[in-house]
Design a protein around this ligand. Structure first.
Ligand SMILES: [Ca+2]
Length: 374
């Protein structure tokens, strides 16, 4: 039976008010009960309180508290990271691998915290062009030199070596491998990459010493006099420069850019290929607009566009050491130097008895590196 709104008297209205209120409570209870089916966790407390005031709770059996749904495990977004590259590092994971300052330029990676990677990374070139090599010349190299940095300029190699108690900065005659000058680091420092800019040579060390940030040294290019010591919060692996900034690797997939004069960090880029980030970047060399990087414990050199971090090509140097003869004590490939004027490319390794001048053999690929040598 229906009544028109005009037929409802004041008394009727008064009598109906409690009924309307009850109806509203039932509706609210039902609505809250429905909510409890979809809300997880925190929502249940509110629904329970509401049902205690609603006499029609039995009309909404779904109000029965639902056990909180387990929170989904949220994995930090990792752009394209291959599972095989996101494991525990074998080379001393350190909190110092986190960048220390925000991005400062458009080319800077948005990555805030560097993950800890396993070395060596799995490298599957896929569509990325792979260059091979031809040996143009083989030179003697001090097989006790644990090469961590290599630079060529004005007919001379400058070399930084590592290991505790054996780290050094050297001036080396290319043709003979003779060490013309040497500066030995204090035994607590493990020398790493070097770069030469103007009259200065910078040398990184690997890890912090005595509770400080990791130390780097500035030397006079000619006298090897120690001019300055600076510090940075990451590990130190490789170093080069592009004429406008230093480019530094810390063992992760991140390249750091430093101001040439102040050595303040001015940017970063995350190096990646089609699989994901490419970690374990070691010795570096800037070659005609690209950054060449030894990938630690592999025979690969990554050719990196420093503007984007993209690996535009790989250089596969497998078999290079063996091409000159047996070298049972040799460690991994590490050490790239570019003769800018002569357009020559040199590579060597830790404890390698030889240093090689190579030319790259272009793959049948879509992109073309500026070929060096030949
Ligand atoms: Ca180098």
């Amino acid at each position: 039976m229906f009544e028109s709104r005009s037929q409802i008297t004041g008394q009727q209205r008064e009598r109906r008010l409690p009924a309307l209120a009850l109806s509203w409570l039932l509706l609210v209870a039902a609505a809250l009960a429905a909510l409890s089916c979809t809300a997880a966790g925190d929502g249940n407390a509110t629904v329970s309180a509401a049902t205690q005031t609603a006499p029609a709770a039995t009309l909404a059996p779904s109000v029965t508290p639902v056990p909180p749904a387990p929170s989904p495990t949220v994995l930090a977004p990792s752009p394209g990271a291959a599972p095989t590259r996101a494991a525990t590092a074998t080379r001393l994971p350190s909190p110092t691998t986190s960048p220390t300052r925000p991005a400062a330029s458009p080319e800077v990676s948005p990555t805030v915290v560097s993950p800890v990677y396993a070395c060596p990374p799995t490298i599957v070139p896929g569509e990325t062009p792979v260059y091979r090599y031809r040996v143009l010349a083989t030179y003697p190299h001090d097989e006790t030199a644990f090469t961590q940095g290599l630079v060529y300029t004005d007919g001379i190699f400058y070399e930084g070596t590592g290991l505790y108690g054996r780290s050094s900065l050297r001036r080396v005659e290319p043709e003979t491998g003779e060490v013309l000058q040497i500066y030995r680091l204090p035994a607590q420092y493990f020398g790493e990459g070097i770069a030469l800019h103007g009259r200065r040579i910078l040398q990184l060390t690997w890890q912090p010493v005595a509770g400080q940030d990791t130390a780097g040294f500035v030397y006079d290019r000619d006298s090897f006099e120690l001019l300055n010591t600076f510090f940075y919060p990451t590990e130190g692996w490789g170093l080069t420069h592009d004429g406008t900034r230093f480019i530094m690797s810390d063992g992760t997939a991140t390249l750091h850019f430093w101001d040439l004069e102040t050595l303040e960090e001015i940017g970063q880029v995350l190096v990646h290929d089609e699989i994901g980030p490419v970690p374990c970047l070691n010795e570096l060399e800037y070659v005609q607009g690209q950054v060449y990087a030894n990938v630690w414990q592999t025979d690969y050199v990554a050719v990196i566009d420093p503007a984007t971090g993209s690996v535009t090509a790989w250089i596969d140097l497998a078999g290079l050491l063996e091409s000159a003869g047996p070298a049972p004590s040799a460690d991994v490939l590490n050490g790239i130097a570019h003769d800018v004027e002569g357009e020559r490319l040199f590579v060597t390794g830790k404890l390698w008895p030889w240093l090689f001048e190579i030319e790259l053999i272009e793959p049948s690929a879509r992109i073309h590196l500026p070929l060096i040598g030949g």
